[in-house]
Design a protein around this ligand. Structure first.
Ligand code: KE4
Length: 427
């Protein structure tokens, strides 16, 4: 029963567009209504009607430790007792910057901001300033926040420029953005052949999470590194999801590919609003006040948010953490694959560490087009059944399920069992 959720939703609709503060939470893609939550405990969420769910949204990635981790709560409590914001530097910001630099050798200097969108928006501006070029390459199905110039639909041909994906964005702002198929070496080669010296940078989710989980093809990231170097364009890794998710050095550490700029968010705030962009000193020295590229933020480096991030990263740096996360995530993947086999279903599971997606398609999902072959109606029915059975999955086929360190054998076994029951009821 979700009586109170419904009442809150009706109330919210009168004051907030769509009743939510971020569109995906409206559960439109699964024909559901948003659920209003009361609190989170470890791997669990409890809604305002007292229903309890095993949570695989994890606030869309940040809560890799699970909800209300004692270290995070304590750090926020003690930080808040010292004051909430000063609009001036604090020691926490320096400590977080140094910790991230230690984990990401590609980062000499880093600027803390308040969201992933701010991070990518600033990285794009910086790339354009550094190269004195305007064009940007991004990939279909990759999402980098609601930055005007990155909210583009692919143009008609492969190497035509983007058209705004949302009203309110002037054509001029997307006219410099090329939206290419992910994992498509040829399309990238063609674009550089055509526009090489005009391209400021390539921005990519090194492991995509926003079309569902899609891994880079063998050599694709190395190829991007090579071609951007050849044309003196910047390689920007949007590791807002993968940073500290895939490992302490993110996807760049896993694949051994060094970008020029890295965007971070989510986990580095431990559930509070923190984003960041960083890279080589030579590039970052252009950022104001050191250089002329302007970027600012009232609450950037906010000491409470930073303290939650510091507590989270310090937990993640404990020995054996990622091995534990890998083992439990592998158990989930294998459990789901066993269920599919038992039911004679050939749906696909893509996983990278503790992020995974069950695609309702029999095609191998290697880019946005193959992801789109998924049966989203079926996914919507599956999502609702899982919800009714106490499992809260991201309300879209094109998102990643996140496993946290609070998910144990019990949660995984229960989840796999509910996947079986749901798919069996559907077959
Ligand atoms: P934020 O501005 O939402 O903090 O970050 C934007 C962003 C940038 N880059 C990547 C790779 C991202 O995944 C995101 C945000 N992710 C979405 C969904 N995966 C957040 C959920 C939402 O929009 O409510």
């Amino acid at each position: 029963m979700k009586v109170r959720s419904k009442l809150f939703y009706e109330r919210a609709l009168r004051s907030i567009p769509g009743g939510v503060n971020s569109p995906v939470r409206a559960c439109k893609a699964v024909k559901g209504d948003p659920i209003f939550f009361e609190r989170g405990e470890g791997a669990y969420l409890i809604d305002v009607d007292g229903n309890r769910y095993i949570d695989y949204v994890c606030s869309w990635g940040p809560l890799i430790l699970g909800h209300s981790h004692p270290e995070v709560i304590a750090s926020v409590y003690f930080a808040s007792k010292r004051g909430t914001s000063f609009g001036a530097p604090t020691w926490q910001e320096v400590e977080l910057a140094e910790l991230i630099k230690n984990c990401f050798p590609s980062i000499d200097k880093i600027r803390l901001v308040n969201s992933g969108t701010e991070a990518t928006m600033s990285a794009i501006r910086l790339a354009r300033a550094y190269t004195k070029r305007d064009k940007i390459i991004k990939f279909e199905g990759c999402y980098h926040g609601h930055v005007d110039s990155l909210l583009v639909k692919a143009g008609s041909g492969l190497a035509t420029f983007g058209i705004p994906a949302s009203p309110g964005i002037p054509e001029e702002l997307t006219a410099h953005t090329l939206n290419l198929p992910f994992n498509d070496f040829e399309a990238v080669e063609k674009a550089f052949k055509e526009y090489g010296k005009e391209i400021a940078g390539v921005i990519v989710e090194p492991i995509a999470g926003n079309m569902g989980v899609v891994l880079p093809k063998e050599g694709f990231l190395e190829f991007l590194r090579d071609i951007t170097t050849r044309y003196e364009a910047l390689l920007i890794f949007d590791e807002v999801i993968t940073g500290f998710r895939i490992g302490l050095s993110g996807a760049q550490g896993k694949f051994g590919v060094t970008p020029d700029l890295t965007c971070l968010g989510k986990i580095i705030g431990g559930g509070l609003p923190v984003g960041a962009y960083g890279g080589k000193s030579e590039i970052m020295s252009l950022v104001a006040p050191e250089g002329p590229v302007y970027q600012a933020g009232t609450l950037s480096g906010n000491p409470i948010a930073i303290s939650a991030g510091l507590a989270t990263l310090k937990e993640l740096m404990k020995p054996g953490t990622y091995e534990k996360l890998e083992a439990i995530s592998q158990k989930l993947e294998e459990g789901i694959k066993e269920v599919l086999k038992k039911l004679g279903l050939f749906y696909r599971v893509n996983r990278a560490g503790s992020m995974l997606t069950l695609f309702f398609t029999e095609k191998e999902v290697i880019d946005f087009q193959t992801a789109l072959s998924s049966d989203t109606q079926k996914f919507a029915i599956f999502w609702q059944k899982m919800l009714d059975k106490g499992i809260y999955l991201p309300p879209s086929q094109f998102e990643a399920w996140f496993v946290s360190l609070a998910h144990g054998e019990k949660e995984i076994e229960e989840t796999v069992e509910k996947v079986y029951e749901s798919l069996k009821e559907m077959s």
